[in-house]
Design a protein around this ligand. Sequence first.
Ligand code: DC
Length: 203
Amino acid sequence: MVFTLAIDGPAAAGKGTISKAVAAHFGYAHLDTGLLYRAVGQRMLAGEEPIEAARSLAAEDLEHPDLRTVEAAQAASKVAVIPEVRAALLDFQRTFAQRMGGAVLDGRDIGTVICPNADVKLYVTASDEARAGRRHKELQERGRDISFETVLAELQERDARDSARSEAPLKPADDAVLLDTSDLSIDEAVARAVAEIEKKTHA
Ligand code: DC
């Protein structure tokens, strides 16, 4: 069975957590597409030309220990503006989406560009403060000494760039279900996502 779930939304809205939990719940494979852009961004930070880095991206690039840093996130958002970088990553994502047994992809343009025919599309959002608060906590838990204000400014800068680019900007697909996680616990957010999928699969 091919079943594709597209989960898009701004940085730190809860897409990753929801995607992992939903994939585990239904036994689907999960692809965090942000990781692809972070890996290209990381290679750019190491001095490579981003289009070449995207064209030669390898599995081990996704294992780089620094991909979850603020610097890699910013570099990802910058390389993600380049159409040739996006084009180089397209086939891998579409092939993943078509795998048997179901696939969850999370990112910015999954429901709009990568998988416009996805079976279910969710657009996960949360207030800027809620998102920055969560990301701040996560970074602190990893031992990173960074202020809430710096995290908030980083997220807002990245969202502005991701939304303003001409190629595959961050925006909800017309047929996406909106899920605002500002006032939801992880369990509540996952339960809503599961309910949306069950609605579609039992329809
Ligand atoms: O989801 P994330 O925060 O790890 O993504 C990092 C950056 O990668 C994000 O700011 C923009 C880019 N990105 C993208 O342009 N398209 C995607 N499908 C996923 C991420």
